[in-house]
Write a protein that binds this ligand. Structure first.
Ligand code: ATP
Ligand code: MG
Length: 297
């Protein structure tokens, strides 16, 4: 397990203002983490990931048996930051019956004809389960804020500061509602640098087996990098709450991203008061009877 004091560094506290520029996208280079040992960081991260994958499988079973909470995990990031790979690795040990992944792409006409939270509400995890949102309702204050022409038809033409503030307010209220109904929420922003994104795009172009991952629209969005950083910063500052904190995860080193995300998910579940359901006397009696019946066969 990674020490709590390190994990806490990545969580955005509601009272703090975040400047993304101050967040290291690499982590491996950061002084504070030198007690992992120089050159050993990758190995250490892999061990942490493996431990957590095993722990997560166990604790997920408990989440399911306990049947009071659900876990919603939101992933947001620029293209090629590693959302897909992180989800694949971190969830690799989990029972598929207890976990659902939803990838949100451009909304359909039907989606646009409803309130902006509608399509996400339909995909929320049921009690006892883990739901992963690969992109989420945050796109409606990110890509849509960068490209306001994507907005659905709405009354009242003004799309200024107040409009976006009302969307953050809606999101906070929605997440608070979920929290009060037993949904634990974790939000990860995979913080990749512009330089590393270029590197990963180049790999996609150079290796035929990775060509399919490249899309020209990725380059178009890269042109808006600074706008995206600004809208991410605004959204993270407006929606980091006690009930649904953001974690800003360094994403230039994939093995570190995965180890951190896995650790945060596992420790969040471990900190819940999960327990296997206890049977009452009546139910225990029924079991004793069943046992007797079987033994008498
Ligand atoms: P990958 O590239 O790894 O397949 P991805 O999540 O980038 O994963 P894409 O199909 O490339 O998937 O992109 C989905 C696109 O849909 C993104 O550009 C995203 O901004 C856009 N999108 C998601 N939600 C919304 C929304 N609510 N309104 C407008 N665009 C959205
Ligand atoms: Mg993409």
């Amino acid at each position: 397990m990674i020490k709590k004091k390190y994990i806490d560094l990545f969580r955005v506290e509601s009272e703090n203002k975040v400047h993304l520029k101050n967040y290291d996208t690499g982590w491996a280079q950061t002084e504070e983490f030198k007690d992992f040992g120089k050159g050993k960081l990758k190995e250490r991260a892999q061990i942490v990931l493996e431990q957590n994958i095993a722990d997560l499988a166990q604790v997920q079973q408990l989440l399911y048996a306990d049947d009071r909470y659900s876990l919603l995990i939101v992933f947001q990031a620029m293209d090629a930051a590693g959302k897909d790979g992180t989800i694949k690795h971190v969830m690799s040990g989990v029972n598929p019956q207890g976990c659902q992944v939803f990838s949100f792409k451009k909304p359909s006409i039907e989606d646009l004809d409803h309130n902006f939270l509608w399509r996400y509400m339909k995909s929320l995890p049921e009690r006892g389960r883990i739901g992963i949102f690969n992109r989420s309702y945050y796109e409606d204050v990110l890509v849509v804020k960068v490209h306001p022409e994507l907005l659905q038809n709405l009354p009242d033409g003004k799309r200024g500061k107040k409009f976006w503030e009302s969307r953050y307010e809606d999101i906070n209220a929605f997440e608070h509602h979920l929290k009060r109904n037993g949904t634990v929420i974790l939000k990860f922003f995979l913080n990749v640098s512009k330089k590393e994104q270029k590197q990963r795009f180049m790999e996609r172009l150079e290796h035929p087996e990775k060509n399919w991952k490249f899309s020209c629209s990725d380059l178009a969005e890269r042109e808006h990098w600074d706008d995206y950083m600004k809208v991410y910063e605004d959204a993270i500052n407006a929606t980091s709450t006690k009930w649904a904190p953001w974690y800003i995860i360094p994403a230039d080193n994939k093995w570190i991203t995965r180890a951190l995300v896995a650790d945060i998910i596992t420790s969040t579940l471990r900190n819940l008061d999960l327990e296997f359901p206890k049977l009452n006397e009546e139910q225990l009696k029924i079991l004793a009877e069943a046992r007797k019946t079987l033994e008498a066969e």
